[in-house]
Design a protein around this ligand. Structure first.
Ligand code: 5AD
Ligand code: SF4
Length: 440
């Protein structure tokens, strides 16, 4: 029996895809290996949103390849954007498969193993097929991700996603509801609806009234219906675009107890000039007004965000606007990155690219502010009781780590195994990146 090892880079979408690849290969008779030494097949599921991705991949392949390796397959966004060039840049690669083609991987591995083909490349945008051809998950976890849409039509000028993941595509409602029901029936209690841009979801409705045009459901309706499914204790969704937060979606948050009062609403910059050049479709004032409205409709809502510093043309004044916004928005958690030019995106060719030193300085300043805000929020939870779903053990004996509704890490000590348990926890103290408590 041939064994495989998958190394996954990047976002949760890639983690989701890698889990599907694991199910597909297991179903086709391959055995998962937990180390590269024994693996016949090495799969690298890649990301190129930032950094020198190909360079890093090349060095990882060199490091992990052994005498036992029969096949090297590179999947995901690097495979998609590099095309045939990947074979000349990294000649040991046998299979290059884009993010929409992973359902074909068992067949491609078979063809290479049998000697029928030496090299295979597939960058087709199959869209539907990979969802319908994936087997049902065998080992269902207490928390599961379900992809509801993929790709993006927003074309932010810095972002490679629309070119690697393709145009926006929403899965039909029925397929999503069936998958969620199956996961809940088999032990899942938390569901995360997943995609590049979930709040622009518009999927075919499960029933069509004769004589009526084909109906679609938007994210608001989908969340309401998923929330009704028996067995569901916690519902999340990610990731989203600020422009798609409608008043209706805010109301759904307020009226749906199982839906967490927390959402990721990435702002990227606080400067109107930079936001325009990024093609984000909102000003800083409009963005902040949206957060305010959200808080008015759903008073316990909390937000997280992404930031990019050092976008081409960003002046000190623009950066100060970002700092101002970071302070005013009061995020529970934020992710911040140095702008990284992606070949093929418009911003890579913009004039006035910012030096690495300035990017680093700005990132350090911004992160300091964001951490201060994060700590303030963590402190505000001290003395409060939070419902926590525990998912892993900590570094110390009897230590367990879980997530509250705000996706914050909550650390406790317990002699009982807490993994997969929902517990009420009294928060006793706060650190920068977590809060510490005891079972209430
Ligand atoms: N450079 C830096 N950060 C980027 N992101 C996306 N593209 C780039 C880029 N070229 C960040 C954005 C996005 C997050 C997933 O990654 O902040 O929200
Ligand atoms: Fe990329 Fe998100 Fe912009 Fe789409 S909305 S182009 S995925 S940053």
């Amino acid at each position: 029996m041939n064994t495989f090892y998958i190394k996954t880079y990047g976002c949760m979408m890639n983690v989701y895809d890698s889990n599907k690849i694991e199910d597909l290969l297991t179903n086709s008779g391959y055995l998962k290996s937990s180390n590269t030494q024994d693996a016949d097949i090495l799969i690298f599921y890649t990301c190129n949103v930032r950094e020198k991705a190909v360079h890093k991949l090349l060095s990882d392949i060199g490091r992990l390849k052994t005498q036992n390796t029969k096949i090297i397959a590179v999947g995901g966004c690097i495979a998609q954007s590099e095309g045939r060039q990947l074979f000349s840049k990294i000649p040991v690669v046998n299979i290059s498969f884009g993010p929409q083609t992973y359902h074909r991987l068992p067949q491609y591995i078979e063809e290479v193993l049998s000697g029928k083909r030496k090299r295979i490349i597939d960058g087709t945008f199959y869209k539907m097929d990979k969802f319908t051809e994936c087997p049902k998950k065998i080992n269902v976890n207490f928390s599961e991700h379900v992809a509801i849409q993929e790709g993006c039509d927003n074309y932010c000028t810095y972002c490679i996603v629309p070119y690697t993941r393709g145009r926006e595509y929403s899965r039909p409602v029925k397929d999503i509801l069936d998958e969620v029901k199956y996961l809940l029936d088999n032990g899942a209690e938390e569901i995360v609806l997943w995609g590049q841009n979930v709040n622009s979801y518009h999927g075919d409705a499960p029933y069509i009234t004769i004589g009526q045009p084909k109906a679609t459901w938007r994210i608001e309706r989908l969340l309401q219906e998923v929330a009704l499914l028996p067995g569901l204790r916690r519902l999340r969704y990610s990731t989203s675009h600020p422009k798609d937060f409608t008043l209706e979606l805010m109301k759904v948050h307020a009226e749906t107890p199982v839906l967490v009062p927390f959402t990721h609403i990435p702002v990227q910059s606080g400067s109107d000039k930079i936001l325009k050049q990024m093609n984000r479709g909102y000003t800083a004032t409009e963005y902040l007004a949206k957060l305010e409205k959200f808080r008015e409709i759903c008073p316990n809502i909390q937000f997280s965000s992404d930031f990019i510093v050092g976008f081409p043309g960003e002046t000190d004044e623009d950066f100060r606007d970002t700092i101002r916004l970071a302070k005013r928005a009061k995020y529970t958690i934020s992710f911040s990155f140095k702008y990284s030019p992606r070949s093929g995106t418009p911003a890579a060719k913009f004039p006035n690219q910012i030096s690495e030193i300035v990017k680093e300085q700005r990132l350090a300043v911004l992160q300091k502010v964001l951490i201060e805000e994060q700590k303030k929020f963590n402190m505000s939870l001290v003395g409060k009781i939070q419902e926590v779903l525990f998912h892993k053990v900590g570094k110390h004996a009897n230590q367990y780590i879980g997530k509250n509704v705000y996706n914050q890490s909550v650390v406790i000590k317990s002699k009982e195994n807490m993994i997969g348990e929902f517990k009420n926890v009294l928060i006793k103290s706060a650190e920068e990146n977590c809060v510490i408590g005891e079972i209430a």
